[in-house]
Ligand binder design. Structure first.
Ligand SMILES: [Zn+2]
Length: 243
């Protein structure tokens, strides 16, 4: 009954639903993007979900991170999220990693995932996750927001990544301005990409960066090419050879 309406979709049906149940997804970051991503993956019946975050809930999170409520201030985000998700759909196994990802542990945590969804707010983790996913050949759904603007793109070892675009790891020193609804829109797009990738349906956003401008209401698709001198693709190749 829970999945009745999505079972009616020809591209999903019973076999797609079983595929979702057998799938494992890792979501890095349980904030403004992670909240919609996790809510929709859990409600869609993705069987196993691992959430990674080392933060605690603060009041300034609450304008966009809707898995956390006022009573959760001060609690670990992974536990606050796990509790809400278990209440939403007890059929899904939600495991937690309350640790900061670093170059030594990232591959261990994401290994075995069918898809990784990047919901972080810092360039360092984004680049690290992208390199690890490419090395392990796991599709990665990337998304980001600033103000009314957001983007979403799928990344894979044979497809362009953010570094191909010249994205660098300069640390953001001040909080990124974000409207909650913008993170919600982009997070929903990431959840949609994740479900497409798990089911092998539709046209994934590989090499296609979808940019959203909430003020004009426009979506713009930018075609991205894999850069020959991309350091992340080079690192993933070198990591693979080193095994
Ligand atoms: Zn690249």
């Amino acid at each position: 009954m829970r999945y009745e309406r999505q079972l009616l979709i020809p591209q999903i049906g019973q076999s797609g639903q079983e595929k979702l149940k057998k799938s494992k997804v890792t979501v890095i970051g349980v904030g403004g993007l992670g909240s919609p991503v996790l809510t929709y993956l859990v409600s869609a019946g993705v069987g196993r979900i691992q959430i990674v975050d080392c933060d605690v809930v603060s009041e300034s999170n609450l304008n966009r991170q809707f898995l956390h409520h006022t009573v959760d201030i001060g609690r670990a985000k992974v536990l606050s999220a796990q509790e809400k998700l278990a209440s939403l759909n007890p059929e899904v196994k939600v495991s937690t990693v309350n640790q900061r990802l670093n170059p030594d542990n990232v591959k261990e945590y994401i290994s075995g995932s069918d898809v990784v969804v990047d919901c972080v707010d810092n360039a360092e983790t984004r680049i690290m996750a992208a390199a690890a996913c490419m090395e392990l050949d796991i599709p990665l759904v990337e998304g980001g927001v600033r103000g009314f603007y957001g983007y979403v793109m799928d990344i894979g070892k044979d497809y362009p990544c953010l570094s191909c675009l010249g994205y660098d790891t300069v640390k953001q020193k001040t909080p990124v301005p974000v409207l909650g609804v913008t993170a919600g829109i982009i997070g929903c797009m990431q959840a949609n990409e994740c479900i497409k990738l798990l089911l092998g349906i539709g046209a994934p956003l590989y090499g296609r960066m979808l940019n959203y401008d909430g003020l004009s209401g426009n979506w713009e698709e930018v075609h991205v090419k894999k850069a020959a001198d991309c350091p992340i693709h080079a690192r993933a190749e070198a990591g693979k050879r080193g095994k």
